[in-house]
Ligand binder design. Structure first.
Ligand SMILES: Nc1nc2c(ncn2[C@@H]2O[C@H](COP(=O)(O)OP(=O)(O)OP(=O)(O)O)[C@@H](O)[C@H]2O)c(=O)[nH]1
Ligand SMILES: [Mg+2]
Length: 470
């Protein structure tokens, strides 16, 4: 336990109405402080650590009055003795009645008795300083509390379980191995035998560093993709004019947002709406029908459509069963599925009330494209269509890999710097001293990453992001 830990107290549950509230108290002398605010003084004194008991918190002005005690609340409290507590200090966890008044009165009583309000993340910071948890774990707790999507949750859980630290350690050892080779080349550089042996090793090492750089770049990219989802899964409706894109758009939204008309080329611009589809936030785009046209405005619209398709996580290509493939439609679909990192495409063969969709379904089967036949106006297969869209969105989310190393902004910033160091080292690989210098720089950054070397600034920024009471 650190020698100077002034007592701190705070509400650890969210403020507002609730059956119970939890107050945490930690630091030097908190057992005596708690005793000073309760009626059952001896009972708490005698209580063993980690035991729960029922106590009456009494008001401060009781001392000056004779007769009955002014009771604030009856609470349960757990006594913790250093170092066996969350912070590693003496602690008391108090569970009182919730709401706006009772917890605040108890806190005021504790402040009056000498505690001060805890700052953001102060409990976790003390836990870190007392060696109760490492920095990455502390951050992962903040991640668990803050995460908005399952993907973020997965990253935070992996970090909490120590996976992140394990991966960083592996990375460190790969760099140390290479560094020790480079340093032995510096030392024995003059020795011919060693030099010859060293050539092959140097090449392998350079490749090894290149591989690490690529792995870290992939890691940052994974993070980018997960972040893009924070804003919603992007689903783009595209296809030839008059196929029923806007009809489908409105059907998914549940109201008439986009104009539907039998004149081809009705939608000319991107129309977008954010909805919650089966529990997932989705950004849905309706777009201008893709065709060859001389109309400059429509061409602009089509360019925007192509760009929306490029950004989409899922493309619903709507086409009409009663119209043959138009100019370039086959090519457009093949082009979309052939892109690098192509989004999955579902072909919606609409208007099956008007014609048999044979030509289009054959095309889908030939190209192993997922498709569904439907009629939006006659409501044929619309539920099936919705199920398919929903399954596709789930699949996109489930198969998207979560970052395991660079999880939050701090990690991402350090990862980018490590990539730069390693690149500099690769570029200077024949100048051993310079290469070694950059490798050492990357190792220092790794130590900072995992919290083995930390300055106050790093701690301020890490724990400053915590909620109060954590
Ligand atoms: N018979 C039939 N008509 C449909 C069906 N779905 C849509 N329509 C009609 O087809 C016409 C075009 O529908 P839209 O939804 O505007 O088509 P779009 O793809 O958005 O067309 P553009 O905006 O011009 O590219 C409208 O008159 C719709 O009522 C269907 O399943 N069957
Ligand atoms: Mg339209």
């Amino acid at each position: 336990m650190s020698t100077q830990s002034p007592p701190i107290a705070t509400l650890s549950t969210p403020p507002g109405r609730g059956a119970l509230a939890a107050i945490r108290l930690s630091g030097d002398g908190v057992h005596e402080l708690f005793v000073s605010v309760i009626a059952e003084k001896e009972k708490f004194d005698r209580e063993s650590a980690r035991k729960i008991g029922v106590y009456t918190v009494i008001d401060a002005d009781n001392d000056t009055k004779t007769g009955s005690l002014k009771i604030i609340d009856e609470v349960t409290a757990i006594k913790y003795a250093a170092p066996r507590s969350f912070t590693g200090e003496d602690m008391v966890e108090i569970f009182c009645h919730g709401g706006a008044v009772v917890p605040q009165k108890i806190l005021d009583r504790l402040f009056y008795g000498g505690a001060r309000p805890a700052g953001r993340g102060e409990f976790s910071r003390r836990a870190f300083l007392n060696g109760k948890m490492d920095l990455l774990k502390a951050e992962s707790i903040a991640g668990l509390i803050d995460c908005q999507t399952e993907k973020h949750l997965k990253s935070a859980q992996l970090a909490y379980q120590g996976k992140q630290l394990e991966l960083l350690e592996k990375l460190k050892h790969r760099i140390i191995d290479i560094l020790s080779d480079v340093e032995s080349r510096i030392e024995f550089g003059e020795d011919d035998d060693v030099a010859e042996l060293g050539e092959g090793r140097a090449d392998a090492n350079r490749r090894g560093l290149g591989l690490i750089v690529r792995e870290l770049e992939d890691e940052l990219r994974r993070g980018d993709r997960v972040r893009a989802f924070d804003d919603g899964v992007i689903v783009a409706l595209a296809g030839p004019p008059n196929a029923g894109k806007s009809s489908l758009f409105n059907e998914i939204l549940g109201y008439d947002r986009s104009i539907v008309h039998d004149r081809p080329g009705t939608t000319r611009d991107i129309v977008s709406e954010r909805i919650v589809f089966d529990g997932v936030t989705v950004k849905l785009f309706d777009s201008a029908g893709i065709r060859d046209t001389d109309d400059a405005v429509e061409r602009f619209g089509i360019e925007r459509t192509m760009s929306a398709i490029g950004d989409a996580h899922l493309v619903l290509w709507v086409t009409s069963a009663d119209a043959p493939f138009g100019d370039g439609e086959r090519e457009a679909v093949i082009d979309i599925i052939g892109q690098d990192n192509a989004a999955p495409v579902i072909i919606v063969v609409n208007k099956i009330d008007l014609a048999a969709p044979a030509e289009k379904t054959r095309f889908c089967e030939q190209h192993s494209l997922e498709y569904i036949e439907a009629s939006l106006t006659e409501k044929i297969n619309t539920n099936k269509l919705f199920d398919k869209i929903s399954a596709a969105i789930r699949e996109i989310i489930d198969t998207l890999p979560s970052p395991e190393i660079a999880i939050n902004d701090r990690h991402r910033a350090i990862t980018a710097l490590i990539i730069n160091d390693l690149r500099d080292s690769i570029e200077n690989f024949n100048r051993e001293e310079v290469a070694a210098h950059y490798l050492k720089a990357s190792l220092e950054r790794l130590a900072e990453f995992s919290g083995h070397v930390t300055g106050d600034e790093v701690l301020d920024s890490v724990f400053g992001k915590f909620c109060i009471g954590k």
